[in-house]
Write a protein that binds this ligand. Structure first.
Ligand code: KG4
Ligand code: ZN
Length: 387
């Protein structure tokens, strides 16, 4: 694989530097004297080279290195599930602390596994939002410190753009235009991604995101956090047609979603059941509840493909790891002869390869983060616009 010679690349951007050979751990350098790139240098044309991606928006600390050609050289993810499990959900303060504890190790390991050195990096992409403020701050500040020390550009990207970009990580040739369904813990968004790369929002959830419906449903069923994978596992032993949970399609032609009624239906079903039946029928409950979520996701995605005239569908975000959703999407795509991008599981749930991929696009488009870049907990997609 051809990598741009990094020292030469930086020499072009910033002039020759004495310290190309060795970049010590940035945390130990704070407060020391550094040569800072000028604004002109920071905004100079970016010469494609390896990129480090950093993701700390929620409860995963992740770092990844992409090669010059966009291939994933490493993808390291440390999950904080063990930290949050006993609380039944993410505790923001604990999340920030855990990110601080692991970000250096995770980034160093991503670099080690990539076979590159700090000096080889030519850009840093970091999740700027949306997410938990304190958690985002850890990644944003770490990325800025690294960029400052390595004298390479940093760019802040939307977590949503990262999820969207994950559809092209495995298959860079996946066709455009296409419909993209982003289904995660915070979002259920259907986009039309144009040939230009711009995304037009076709529909989104009016209340809970699909991942939230999984997580809250799992809590009601007494399953462990995170709820999505727990329901997925439990549902494999159950009958998806056992209990007729409502499927909310909203008004005809609508590409919006709503999962709050389903959640209430599960609550009432459980309240009406004696304790022994709840336990005995746990697998049927999980399978039927899951089916009500995934059936709507599949139906609306294919309706969006039909109405938009696209011939390709990408499904991304944590919920796209769901085995039943993946099976139904694959069956339907084969039946309708559509191209389907379903990223490998490691790229579905939060990861930094997707952030590096979105950052690579942003750097190529000339975007650079100023050194006063801040976390933006409510950041939307930068590539998307609504009609
Ligand atoms: O994309 P993601 O890792 O983080 C956010 O951006 O929110 O998505 C997390 C969501 C959680 O709600 C989690 O329960 C759900 O994805 N999830 C799943 C599965 N794996 C993760 N939901 C259903 N089935 C799964 N196998
Ligand atoms: Zn996510």
């Amino acid at each position: 694989m051809a990598l741009v010679a990094p020292a030469a690349t930086r020499a072009v951007l910033f002039g020759p530097s004495q310290d190309d050979a060795f970049f010590p751990d940035p945390v130990h350098l704070i407060g020391k004297d550094f040569m800072v790139a000028t604004v002109e240098q920071l905004y100079a044309a970016w010469i494609p080279g390896p990129i480090l991606g950093i993701e700390t928006s929620c409860d995963e600390t992740a770092a990844s290195v992409l090669a010059t050609d966009g291939a994933v050289l490493s993808n390291i993810i440390t999950s904080q599930h063990a930290v949050h499990r006993r609380f039944g959900g993410v505790v923001p303060e604990l999340a920030s602390r855990a990110h601080i504890e692991s970000i250096e190790d995770v980034s160093s390991e991503a670099l080690r596994q990539s076979g590159l050195t700090w000096a080889d990096l030519t850009g840093i992409a970091v999740t700027q939002g949306p997410g938990l403020a304190g958690a985002l701050l850890v990644g944003v500040n770490y990325a800025k410190a690294l960029a400052y020390i390595l004298k390479i550009p940093a760019v802040g990207v939307s977590h949503l753009d990262g999820h969207i970009a994950s559809a092209w990580l495995q298959d860079p040739e996946f066709p455009l235009p296409c419909v993209v369904l982003v289904v995660s813990g915070g979002h259920t968004h259907l986009y039309f991604k144009e040939s230009s790369g711009h995304c037009r929002l076709l529909g989104s959830t009016r209340d809970d995101a699909a991942g939230e419906a999984f997580d809250k449903g799992a809590q009601m069923l007494g399953l462990e956090y995170p709820g999505g994978p727990a329901i997925d596992r439990m549902a494999r032993q159950g009958n998806p047609a056992a209990i007729a949970f409502p499927r909310s399609y909203l008004k005809k032609g609508s590409l919006d979603f709503s999962f709050s009624g389903l959640k209430t239906a599960l609550l009432y079903t459980l309240q009406a059941m004696p304790e022994e039946s709840r336990v005995a029928r746990a697998a049927d409950l999980a399978a039927s509840y899951q089916e009500a979520i995934v059936a709507v996701l599949v139906e609306k995605s294919f309706a969006a493909v039909r109405s938009s005239g696209a011939r390709a569908l990408a499904v991304v975000g944590g919920v796209s790891a769901n085995s039943r959703l993946r099976a139904l999407l694959q069956q339907r795509a084969t039946r309708e002869s559509l191209d389907l991008s379903l990223p490998p599981i490691a790229y579905c749930t939060d990861n930094a390869a997707m952030i590096a991929a979105a950052g690579r696009q942003a750097l190529r488009a000339g975007l650079r983060a100023p050194l006063d870049m801040d976390a933006q907990p409510s950041l939307a997609s930068s590539f998307a616009h609504t009609i």
